[in-house]
Design a protein around this ligand. Structure first.
Ligand code: SRM
Ligand code: SF4
Length: 566
């Protein structure tokens, strides 16, 4: 690379290429007792190992006033392709978290995995050893690599689902970094000479930016397929998987004040035979690796590469690299996005119970023993747990003979709760304060009370059996996918949000900014007015998102590259 171009590369490119395949000096930092955190490049490099350095933002000012280092801890994200975790693994993590973290909670994420917040540096190696011991890891759940691969959590159509989730696992394994750094640093694995190492797919500088893959089984779009860099839409014949439609270049983040950034739904590339899945996935990843912007991280995701080079050029390059031509897209329809709560029976005669977990946070309070209840269930359950991309949990593959004992625990711990409204179940918030360093406004701590107020509006309008897909994020990065909601609230500063309206039920339309920088009271006024109108004027079954567009309350975003900002 010429010197001029090298000088212009973003600093992340330098740190990746100088990292000695993701080792940096992490080992040295682990024994540095002068700080609870990591220094220099290591702050970023630990992400490739599945951890983020954070500090408790509720305590930040107080600690600074006391001239103390912020209360630094690490968040660790597990790798769980398709969200599957065995009860024994759940129990081990649950017990570790209770004893060794600042918060004592687990957090289910919008990408079907779990995060452990509040790990102290001194406990990190033990955490990784325990994960390894129970057959799990956190490799590549963060950083400029392929992240946790998500998959429709629909265990009912078991044969098709089994095949598709099998692909989620294969894809996840295929794109793991080759480096032995994780084993060396966290598991005291044998040292490898870095000259022997190479990253044939990811490359020595890894990808330009994070990369996300989803597999989805229509008609349920529970994973928000259009938000991913790469999605495989399962196409079946006689309930057998035969191939995938391929979607490329979705992503939801934007930066305030920078109209060159915007959310984008993925473009349709066409259909491929199931046997070509890995070849095509690899060609897409390497095309993004080689054509993605390494100068400006704000434009480094696949969605911008696609726009920069043109969808057709990107697609042709993928065909050239894979040697596979896309066929025309096979027809498919998405009907809904949410999870199916309560008991359902699969075609293999096993039972599955989806538990609503508000904000995905697993903890006990005086009024709710969710954490204890789930661990008691885990201690007798012979099937598996499946985490959903909506931050909920499925107690999956329960035998008919075990159903009564599981149900009695669900009742005992109030996990069967008819009083939870469909509105609450259709809402989602990102983590935000106190752990997220990028948070601008409350999200997880804001949502529960806010939904109670929306429930009142819906009740007064006779809409208690209806719901609106409503999502809140504490900043415009979009972690709870507010940019695909019918109502999206996006944090501006503490107590203030931008309100976006007009996404659809199936997650194929981006909402548009309705009003900027509004308080909770103003948001409730806006929503009250529009929900009352919706209840009076809606067509039969018309969703809120479609209604606000039909009557001109908001104009639809048709092509976000051109019309997201008006
Ligand atoms: Fe996210 C960064 C939490 C799903 C877009 N996200 C973060 C960090 C790690 C903050 C940071 O960089 O220091 C947050 C940690 C908060 C905390 O304390 O736990 C964070 N993101 C989450 C989770 C836990 C939200 C949740 O409440 O469930 C989700 C974890 C997913 C996982 O298990 O892998 C999560 N993040 C998403 C999604 C949704 C999705 O992927 O379906 C998005 C939007 C989709 C997309 O990628 O476009 C998302 N997160 C971001 C971005 C913006 C990326 C970009 O394109 O610019 C950032 C910031 C960044 O990468 O620089 C970010
Ligand atoms: Fe943090 Fe922003 Fe993501 Fe919320 S959307 S978790 S505030 S980065």
């Amino acid at each position: 690379m010429d010197k001029d171009k090298k000088n212009k590369l973003s600093d992340h490119e330098r740190l990746k290429s100088e990292s000695n395949f993701l080792r940096g000096t992490i080992v040295k930092d682990l024994s540095n007792e002068l700080t609870g955190g990591f220094t220099g490049d290591n702050f970023h490099l630990i992400r490739f190992h599945g951890m983020y350095q954070q500090d408790d933002r509720d305590l930040r000012t107080e600690r600074i006033n006391q001239k103390l280092e912020p209360l630094i801890s690490m968040m660790l994200r597990c790798r769980l392709p398709g969200g599957v975790i065995m009860p024994s693994q759940w129990l081990a993590i649950n017990s570790f978290v209770s004893k060794h973290t600042l918060y004592g909670t687990m957090r289910l994420t919008s990408r079907q995995t779990l995060q452990i917040h509040g790990l102290l540096k001194r406990d990190l190696k033990d955490t990784h050893r325990i994960l390894h011991h129970i057959g799990l890891d956190s490799i590549a759940t963060a950083g400029d690599v392929n992240r946790n691969v998500i998959c429709t959590s629909n265990p009912m159509e078991s044969i098709l689902h089994h095949s598709v989730i099998g692909w989620a696992k294969k894809i996840s394994e295929h794109f793991l970094p080759n480096t032995r750094a994780y084993a060396e640093i966290w598991l005291d694995g044998e040292k490898t000479e870095s000259t022997e190492e190479c990253e044939p797919i990811l490359g020595a500088s890894y990808l330009p930016r994070k990369f996300k893959i989803a597999l989805v089984i229509p008609p349920l779009n529970d994973v928000d397929a259009y938000a991913n860099d790469l999605s495989f839409v399962a196409i079946s014949m006689n309930k057998q998987l035969v191939g995938f439609n391929v979607l490329v270049g979705g992503g939801l983040a934007m930066t305030y004040g920078d109209s060159t950034t915007y959310p984008r739904i993925a473009s349709d590339f066409g259909y491929i035979d199931v046997n070509d899945t890995i070849k095509v996935a690899e060609a897409i990843v390497t095309t993004q690796r080689d054509l993605g912007d390494r100068l400006n991280r704000k434009h480094a995701k696949t969605k911008y590469t696609l726009v920069k080079v043109g969808v057709d050029v990107f697609k042709k390059e993928v065909e050239k690299r894979s040697g596979i031509k896309f066929f025309s897209t096979h027809p498919y329809t998405f009907l809904e996005r949410g999870d199916r709560f309560g008991w359902v029976k699969g075609i293999d005669d096993q039972w599955h119970f989806t538990v609503f977990i508000e904000n995905g946070r697993i903890f006990d309070t005086e009024g709710s023993l969710l954490k204890t209840g789930l661990s008691e269930i885990a201690s007798i359950h012979t099937g598996c747990f499946r985490l959903t991309a909506n931050q909920n949990l499925i107690i999956s593959s329960v035998r008919e003979s075990d159903k009564i004992s599981i149900e009695s625990l669900l009742v005992k711990y109030k996990l069967i709760n008819e009083n939870i409204s469909v509105q609450r179940k259709s809402s989602m918030a990102c983590v935000s304060f106190p752990t997220c360093p990028l948070a601008m406004a409350e999200s997880e701590r804001f949502l529960p009370n806010f939904i109670s107020k929306i429930e009142n509006i819906m009740f007064r309008c006779g809409l208690s059996n209806d719901s609106i897909i409503l999502r809140v994020t504490g900043c415009p990065n979009g972690c709870a996918r507010a940019m695909l909601a019918e109502i999206g609230l996006v944090g501006r500063s503490v107590g203030y949000y931008n309100i976006y309206l007009g996404g659809n039920r199936i997650g194929t339309r981006i909402p548009r900014l309705y009003k900027e920088n509004v308080t909770e009271e103003e948001i409730l006024n806006i929503l009250n007015t529009t929900i009352v109108r919706w209840s009076n004027e809606r067509h039969p079954q018309e969703s809120y998102g479609d209604y606000v567009i039909r009557v001109g309350i908001i104009t639809p975003v048709l092509n976000s590259e051109h019309d997201f900002y008006g």
